[in-house]
Design a binder for this molecule. Sequence first.
Ligand SMILES: Nc1ncnc2c1ncn2[C@@H]1O[C@H](COP(=O)(O)OP(=O)(O)OP(=O)(O)O)[C@@H](O)[C@H]1O
Ligand SMILES: [Mg+2]
Length: 135
Amino acid sequence: MVRGRVGSGSEFAVTDLAQPLVGRDRELEVIRQLLREACAGSARFAFITGEPGIGKTRLLRELLDQAESGGVLALRGRASEFERSLPFGLIVDAFDEYLESLDPREFSRLATDDLRELSAVFPSLRPSPRRVGDA
Ligand SMILES: Nc1ncnc2c1ncn2[C@@H]1O[C@H](COP(=O)(O)OP(=O)(O)OP(=O)(O)O)[C@@H](O)[C@H]1O
Ligand SMILES: [Mg+2]
């Protein structure tokens, strides 16, 4: 399990964190269970939906807090309906900054072809252009 942090920048209001979460015991139990299963190695997907202002973002904040306090790497990606034409937009938003923060040697186990394919999606994996005068 990778240990890490939530990406920089936040859409969560600071005042939200001061307010206790009310009446979400059932949802929290589901989230905790999914997190446990994900940490055990099974991919899990949660779809949180509801009326505007019902508390979707607040619940996600709770999920991130619980993941982080358990030492789990938690990354955030955002997308809007206007970005539908961007392939993998949500995934790139979630992963690209994190991938850029890693030591390039982390990718040395990947085959060149795999890396080339991945770099078509993640700009951070593209080789940086050589400067004039570099050997
Ligand atoms: N269970 C809760 N307990 C306490 N405060 C809550 C709870 N759910 C939501 N809130 C508060 O209500 C406000 C609106 O919640 P939130 O922003 O999470 O809603 P949302 O569903 O994400 O809204 P939108 O659809 O506009 O994105 C926030 O200030 C949030 O902290
Ligand atoms: Mg929201």
